[in-house]
Design a protein around this ligand. Sequence first.
Ligand code: GAL
Length: 646
Amino acid sequence: MRVGVDYYPEHWDKSLWAADADLMKQTGVKLVRMAEFAWCRLEPRDGVFDFSWLDEAVALFADRGIDVVLCTPVSCPPLWLYEKHPDIVHVEKDGTPTRLGIRSHRCVTNPVFLQYADRITIEMAKHYAGNAAVVGWQINNELEAYFCYCGHCIDKYRTWLQEKYGSLENLNRAYGNVVWSGEYSSWAQVTPPFGTLPHAWQNPAYMLDYYRFCSDNVIDFSNRQAAQLRQYCPGRPVTTNVWFCEHMPDFYKQFDGLDFISYDNYPATRLPSDPESCYSHAFHLDMMRGVKRQPFWIMEQLSGGKGCWAPMEKPPLPGMIRGYALQAFAHGADTVVHFRWRTANIGAEMHWHGLLDHSNVPGRRFREFADMCIEANALEKLQGTEIKADVAILFAFDNEYAFRIQPQTDGYYYMEQLQRLHRAFMGLGLNVDIIGQHEKLDGYRIVCAPEMYVTDAGVVERLNEFAMKGGTVILTTRSGVKDRNNNALMTLLPGPYQEMAGVHAVEYAPIGWEAVSVLFGDGTELQAKQWCDVLETDTAEVLASYNGDYYCGAPAITRNACGQGQVYYIGTVGTQPVYDRVAGMAAEKAALPVIAGLPPRVEIVTRTGREASAKFIFNNDDQPKSFVMDGQEISLAPFEMKVVLI
Ligand code: GAL
C-alpha cells in the first residue's frame, strides 16, 4: 500500500525542491506524480524541448528512492500553439470557439492538435524510456467526453454514424426521425446538438448516440496516447485519472485500452446532517475497483479544504485525511496519491489546499498524513489480498447517459438507487462489487440490477440465467423501458424482465417530490418517493404495497421464484430503510454471512489472502461508534479505521 503526492516543480523556486524531496522521504512518501499541465515549460517554443528541469526533479526523487509517474501534458497546450493554430481550440455549443484563459481548451479531434500532442508525448516517452525512476504514465488529466462543436468533431461524428448505420434510411428509422419532420435527407444535415435548449428537447435516440460518440472519441485519444507511450517507453503501465463528472467517458471501454484505473477522490469534508444522504465515497471506490476488476490507484486524494472556483470549504476534520486514505486502501486501491504536496501560492487553484499550507509550515493535516504514511507502509503484508464479494451491483453508461438526457421526474437520478443498494448491503458488513453490466456474474450470490433502462438483450438473458441457476436478482423500477436506440419498447413494464420478475406494471406514477408510504407484510410502514409502478403480480409474491394515493393497496415490492433463484422487484424509489429491508431479506434468504447491528456509517471491508486476511473497519462519521462483532466490543473514534487481522 503505497502513498504518493502530486507535485508541481514548475510552480516552485528550485531552492525548495530538495527540501521537499527530503521531507517526502522522511514522511514515507513513495511516489510523486508530475508534469500534467507543464507543456509550456517542456516545449517552450515550437519544436524546442526542454526536459532538463524535469530531469533534475526526477533525479532528486530517484536519489531518495521515490518513484515518479509522469503525465502527458496535453490538457494545456502552450499559448504559442494556440497563436499559431487558433483552430485547435474547442468549440462551444453556440458555435463560438472557447476563449482561452483557463485550461483544457483544445479539441482532441483536431488533426493539428493531435500532431503536436503526438510529438510532445513521443519526445517525453523517448526521453524517459531509459529512466528507471519513471514507473508509469498518466495520460492528460481528467479526460472528459466533452461535447465539441468544431468542424473536425462534426465530420468525425458523421463518419461514426455512417459506420454504425450504413445509410441515412437506417439512421432515420433507428432514431424515429419522422417525428417533427426530422428526417435527414443528406449527411450534411447531421450536426451535434447545437444551442442552449435543454437536451430533453432533442430526440433521445440521437442524443444517446451523441453521448456514445463523444465517449468513443475521447477514448480514441487515450488509446492513441497509450500506443505512443507503450511504443517509445515500453514496460511502464499507462493510466488516466477519472472522476464522476457530467461528461464521463464509458470507463469500461476506456480502460480496456489502459493498464490500470486511477481515480481522483475528493470525499465530503462537511458531513450532511440528513441521515438519508449517501455521502460515503465507498460507492465510488467499489466502482473504480470494478472497472477492471483489479486494484486501482487514487491519483488525487483529498488533502485540505476545497475551494477556488467556489468559496472555500471547511478543511478535512481531524481523522479524515487518515481515514479517507485508508478507506481507499480498504476498497482496493494499492496506491493513494495526495493532491497536492503544498497548496499553490500562485494561480487559480491557490485556495484548493494541499497537505502543506501556503506557509510551508507542517500543520495538523500534514502530521495526520505522516501518521497515515507509516500505517499504510505497514500494511505491506496485505498487498495482493483480494476483496471477494457475494454481492454485485450492475452499472451501465448507456443508462447514465439516457437518464441525463431525459430526467424521469423531479429529484430522480440514476446513481441514487445504486448508491442506496450499495449502502444497504455494506450496512450488513458485506463486500460489494460494482461492475459493468456486461461482466460475468459467476461467483456472485446476489446481483442488483437497478434501473436497467436501456435494454441489452444479452444482459437480460444473463440475469435470467443467473436467477434460474439459484442466484438472487434485485431489479428496480425503470427497467426494460427502452431499446438499444433509446426508443420506448412497446411492452408492459418491466419489459423483457416481466417473466423473471413475475410482475407487470399496469401504470406508473412519477410523483417527483411527493412521498408515498409502502406497507410491508409485517405492518412496517416505510417511505418512498419519486416513482410508483402500479403493479399486478403474475407469479410473484407481494412483499409491500402502496399505502396511499389512488393506487393504495397495489403491490410496490415483490419477490418471484425464478428457477432455483429469486427475483425481487422494487417498483418505487425508496428511502434508505426500504433498500435496507430488501437487502436484509435477500441476504438472509441467500444465507450470506452478515454482520448484524452495525451502527450507521460504519463500513467494513474484508480482504482475504493466502498469507494474511483483514477486516478494515471504518467509522465514516464525526461521532464515535461502538458495537459488538464476533463477541468483541469494537469502539471507533470519528473517522477511525481499524485494521483487524483475521
Ligand atoms: C481535480 C483536477 C486537479 C485539480 C483538482 C483541484 O479535479 O484533476 O487538476 O484541479 O481537481 O481543483
